[in-house]
Design a protein around this ligand. Structure first.
Ligand code: NAP
Ligand code: HSE
Length: 432
């Protein structure tokens, strides 16, 4: 290897790893000119070296022993693209402790072990860069950490999972069913190795934990986030919501409210005019509000090989530049203080509710009475259809406290005139 070369060790050669190899090769000269040194992949860790690969790499580059990267002092930057908690946590820790900068796309490991990994990076004065962990190819971590550093940020709300947004877009457009849309997202390389993390909301929860931590400069972990996925969403609810002027999205929301941090992921109806309502297919967008900047939104492809590789290579370039100029770890990591997490029962929002009831006089009055007893006021009630003596009702509440709504709903579910609670979906209107 030539003297003016920085050696990179890649851990993982799957969808994203393959994209990184391609992108570094395609832009080798441009990157060398930008940095004044060449960047070269000197080892690639995989599980199975005999597996057919989408990208061509010299057989001698492949390794199965992590020590070939972690204990090689010529390797200055480790790029972790294996995914999962273990052994990613251990390999990243070992790399940082040995004075190597680390680039990762792994939101799972950051959302759980972020605090210890940030501390290690700070302690050893190396970089831990993770732009690709949220929003795929969208630059959002750097803008929040650096470009918006002059603000007190108080809201981060986004469509941060490409797979579920792809599925919801297909279901909303009428036509494709859930399973066919998921299979297509998997074939396109958007989904996690276990797609339950996408459709169950966990992937988005990990991302909002990372975003909340850096935006609010506190520690928010995956366990702090309330999570509901999209498996309960039906085409009927999407269609009724559209009639009411709403679009359904899987939203990840983090806010600073009265000294507490609110962090949640769930399907939500947004007014059709909201900027996030227009984010479709695999695209993601992150809407950020700060006291000085007002509203900003970061938009782009949220998953996929080359968009994610774009973010990873950007981080590799930064890591190498920082090593060259002795400026690693120049911005502190979150962790100085840990603000309390607001219990979900205290969160306030509007609700859409669909239920099947007996079609007889006085039913609506009884339901409205229960809501009234729990301090829940109704904004609208529509009777959608009546079949065999049963009526389908769609109600929208005014803003309520979550625990009041839930208590009222459990009483309503027990009323003899109520056949079924079909669905309850939160509605996110403009928040001040
Ligand atoms: P992937 O296609 O499943 O690739 C994983 C790679 O890591 C494979 O090459 C695998 O080796 C290797 N690997 C896994 N466990 C290993 C172990 N214990 N030891 C050695 N090698 C190991 O995953 P991916 O889609 O590229 O995702 C990689 C990371 O990027 C994940 O953290 C993911 O959440 C994140 N991410 C993905 C996307 C996306 O659109 N796909 C977007 C943003 C972030 P073998 O090939 O030998 O099996
Ligand atoms: N499975 C993730 C998604 C990949 O669909 O958004 C990008 O993090």
């Amino acid at each position: 290897m030539a003297e003016e070369t920085v050696a990179v060790g890649l851990m993982g050669l799957g969808t994203v790893g393959g994209g990184v190899v391609r992108l570094l090769a395609a832009n080798q000269e441009k990157i060398r000119q930008k940095l004044g040194v060449a960047v070269e992949i000197s080892k690639i860790l995989v599980r199975d070296p005999s597996k057919p690969r989408q990208v061509e790499v010299a057989r001698g580059l492949l390794a199965v022993d992590p020590a070939d990267i972690l204990e090689d002092d010529r390797i200055a930057v480790v790029v972790e693209l294996m995914g999962g908690l273990h052994p990613a946590r251990e390999y990243i820790s070992r790399a940082l402790a040995r004075g190597k900068s680390v680039v990762t796309a792994n939101k799972d490991v950051l959302a759980v072990y972020g605090p210890e990994l940030y501390a290690l990076a700070g302690e050893h004065r190396v970089d831990l860069l993770f732009e690709a962990s949220v929003g795929g190819g969208i630059p959002v971590i750097h803008p929040i950490r650096e470009g918006l550093a002059g603000n007190r940020l108080y809201e981060v709300m986004g469509v941060v999972n490409g797979t579920t947004n792809f599925i919801l877009t297909r279901m909303s457009a009428g036509g494709q069913d859930f399973h066919a849309a998921l299979a297509e997202a998997q074939a396109l390389g958007y989904a996690e190795a276990d797609p339950r993390a996408d459709v169950g909301g966990d992937d988005a929860a990990r991302k909002i934990a990372i975003l909340a931590s850096i935006a609010f400069d506190t520690i928010v972990t995956y366990d702090d986030v309330y999570v509901e996925g999209i498996t309960g969403v039906t085409p009927a609810d999407i269609a009724y919501g559209n009639e009411l002027g709403y679009t359904l999205k899987l939203l990840a929301i983090a806010r600073q409210v009265e000294g507490e941090v609110e962090a949640r992921v769930h399907p939500a109806f947004l007014p059709q005019g909201h900027p996030l309502a227009a984010v479709n297919d695999v695209f993601n967008a992150i809407f950020v509000r700060g006291d000085a900047v007002g509203q900003t939104m970061f938009y782009g492809p949220g998953a996929g090989q080359m968009p994610t590789a774009s973010a990873v290579v950007g981080d590799i370039v930064e890591a190498v530049a920082n090593i060259r100029h002795g400026s690693c770890s120049r911005i502190s990591y979150p962790g100085a203080d840990r603000r309390p997490i607001r219990p979900m029962g205290d969160v306030r929002c509007k609700y859409y509710l669909r239920l099947t009831v007996q079609d007889q006089p006085g039913v609506l009055a009884r339901i409205a009475g229960v809501f009234g007893d729990h301090g829940v006021s109704l904004a609208s009630v529509i009777q959608k259809k009546t079949v065999d003596g049963l009526a389908e009702l769609v109600l929208v509440t005014h803003e309520v406290k979550e625990e009041d709504f839930r208590r009222a709903l459990s009483v309503i579910a027990g009323l003899p005139v109520v056949r079924r609670i079909e669905n309850a979906i939160r509605v996110e209107e403009e928040w001040q």
